[in-house]
Design a binder for this molecule. Sequence first.
Ligand SMILES: Cc1cc2nc3c(=O)[nH]c(=O)nc-3n(C[C@H](O)[C@H](O)[C@H](O)COP(=O)(O)O)c2cc1C
Length: 177
Amino acid sequence: MTKIVAIVGSPSHPSRTYGIVEYALNLLAENGFEIDIISVRDLPSEDLIFGRYNSPALEPAKALIQAASGLIIATPVYKAAYTGVLKSFLDLLPPKFLSGKVILPIATGGTIAHLLSIDYTLKPVLSELGAEYLLNGVYVVDKQIQRQEDNSFLFDEEIQQRLQKSIQDLEQAIKII
Ligand SMILES: Cc1cc2nc3c(=O)[nH]c(=O)nc-3n(C[C@H](O)[C@H](O)[C@H](O)COP(=O)(O)O)c2cc1C
C-alpha cells in the first residue's frame, strides 16, 4: 500500500493546521493510501532544541518519512515564515532525505498578507533536503476555519474544494513518479 505521511509543525493544541491535515489524510485513507502523522510538538523537545541528530527517539519519525512516497508538510505562519518547531525537526533530517518524494505544503495564517510564505521560506528548505517534486501549496486563513465545541474544525466550502484538488494532484504525482 502506498504510504503518505504528514508532518505538522504547529506547537499548539488544538491546532487549525492539524485539523486541516486530518481532513486531507482522511481523503487519502478513503482512496486506499496508508496514512500517518508526525506532530512535531509530540517529539522530545530536548532532542529538537539540542540538535540531537542521532537521538533514538526520533528514529520512528524518520522511518515513517523514509517509507513514504508522499508527504504533506504543514505549518502555521509564524512571523512571516514556517514555525521554529518545524525547522527544529527538519534540521535533524539527514542530507537529501526528501529526495524522490512528492510533497504537498500546507500553511495556515491569520492574514492573507503572508500567502507567499510557503514559496519564500519553506520551499528553499525542502529543496535543500532534496525535494524535487514540490506541488503548489495550499494556504488557508483563519477566518476560513471554524472551531467546534469539541475542538474539531470545519472549513469553508472553498477550502474543502482546494484541499480535494490538491490531494488529487498529490495522488496523481505519486502515480507518475
Ligand atoms: C507566535 C505567532 C506568530 C504568528 N505570526 C503570523 C504571521 O506572521 N502571519 C500570519 O498570517 N499569521 C500569523 N500567526 C497566526 C497563525 O499563523 C494562525 O493563527 C494559524 O492558523 C495558527 O495555526 P495553528 O492553530 O495550527 O497553530 C501567528 C501566530 C502566532 C501564535
